[in-house]
Design a protein around this ligand. Structure first.
Ligand SMILES: *[C@@H]1O[C@H](CO)[C@@H](O)[C@H](O)[C@H]1NC(C)=O
Ligand SMILES: *[C@@H]1O[C@H](CO)[C@@H](O)[C@H](O)[C@H]1NC(C)=O
Ligand SMILES: *[C@@H]1O[C@H](CO)[C@@H](O)[C@H](O)[C@H]1NC(C)=O
Ligand SMILES: *[C@@H]1O[C@H](CO)[C@@H](O)[C@H](O)[C@H]1NC(C)=O
Length: 303
């Protein structure tokens, strides 16, 4: 009750940004009280080509929103060409995702708490049935041709109960110039083919922040980013080959551990459309969530 009062007050008096700040503090407290206590995560690791397989529950906010077999693909029977979409759990009821994820919302369910679809998890998975098409809330300015405002929210059909392996990420709220030079990028990636099409797991890469001009140069001949990246996007460079973002996943996440926390991530970006399969890129654009806080808070918290 006290929390609600503070939330309403901050919405009225101080504007929206503080609401996410407040929610994040509540999540951190809730997560610290979970049983068993969530294991420690780290921002330090050695990146390997196509990513380091994530450990079970390492990214407790990363969920699979859906998957979809690429219809334009020549070899329709090739089961490897599934596109999957990652989402980030940001509250009991909402996922934050890339706008172009609407392609991958299949006629199934959202899967939370799983990092590897080739084997059963030892931790419980939560499956929530997809809702109607209005569960997917695109940003009103979403424009896929320009790859601008490529961000959306997804309203779950029932609230998630947080557990030690399924809990939300906080959103980046800091407006000051970025001090970090590295982020952890995560995405569903393709491993070797194992019997069926479900051969995918979450992989992580430590990527370097580079000036947007570097993405503009690398995507100069691309059908996307014709006018270049905007200030609402960030360009990062992978130190290693990273082949699978097109084939396996859209909507990867860019995050780092919350300052002083070993369990809670802060989400900086969601993958921006543009990584064509036939092109080999080292640089990737992400949409900055901080630039969309007003819209996110209005939808998620009604602020
Ligand atoms: C996962 O568990 C289910 C149900 O217990 C079982 O039918 C299935 O074979 C298991 N799959 C793998 C890959 O172990
Ligand atoms: C959350 O917990 C409640 C009460 O135990 C249960 O009824 C509900 O199904 C749970 N929600 C999910 C998504 O598992
Ligand atoms: C793949 O199929 C083979 C043959 O049916 C089976 O022995 C093996 O356990 C399967 N592997 C997985 C990961 O399901
Ligand atoms: C773009 O196309 C031009 C002309 O074909 C070529 O010279 C240039 O290297 C290409 N740039 C990139 C980044 O691929």
């Amino acid at each position: 009750m006290a929390t609600k009062g503070v939330l309403v007050l901050c919405a009225i008096v101080l504007g929206c940004y503080l609401c996410e700040v407040q929610e994040c503090q509540e999540y951190i407290k809730t997560i610290a009280s979970l049983n068993p206590v969530p294991v420690d995560r780290t921002n330090e690791f050695v990146t390997q080509a196509n990513g380091v397989p994530a450990k079970e529950a390492e990214f407790p906010h990363q969920v699979r929103l859906g998957q979809w077999l690429h219809e334009d693909y020549d070899d329709y029977d090739d089961p490897s060409f599934f596109i999957r979409c990652s989402g980030a759990l940001i509250s009991e009821n909402y996922l934050l995702v890339s706008g172009h994820c609407f392609w991958a919302v299949g006629n199934e369910y959202v899967s939370l708490g799983r990092h590897d679809y080739t084997k059963n998890s030892s931790l419980p998975e939560i499956q929530i049935k997809h809702g109607t098409s209005d569960s997917f809330i695109e940003h009103p300015n979403l424009e896929l041709k320009s790859a601008h405002d490529d961000i959306a929210l997804y309203r779950l059909t029932e609230p998630v109960n947080f557990t030690s392996n399924i809990y939300p990420a906080c959103l980046w709220t800091d407006e000051s110039p970025l001090q970090l030079d590295k982020f952890t990028a995560t995405a569903f990636t393709m491993g070797t083919s194992v019997n069926d099409t479900d051969d995918t797991h979450v992989a992580k890469l430590l990527v370097n922040v580079v000036p947007n001009a570097e993405c503009n140069a690398e995507y100069a001949n691309s059908t996307f980013y014709k006018k270049g990246l905007t200030d609402n996007q960030i360009c990062v460079e992978s130190p290693v080959e990273w082949k699978s973002t097109c084939r396996a996943d859209i909507g990867g996440l860019l995050q780092t551990l919350e300052k002083g926390s070993k369990t809670v991530y802060r989400l900086y970006g969601v993958e921006s459309i543009g990584h064509e399969c036939e092109e080999n890129h080292m640089k990737y654009a992400y949409t900055k969530v901080q630039k969309y806080l007003d819209w996110i808070e209005e939808v998620v918290w009604g602020a």
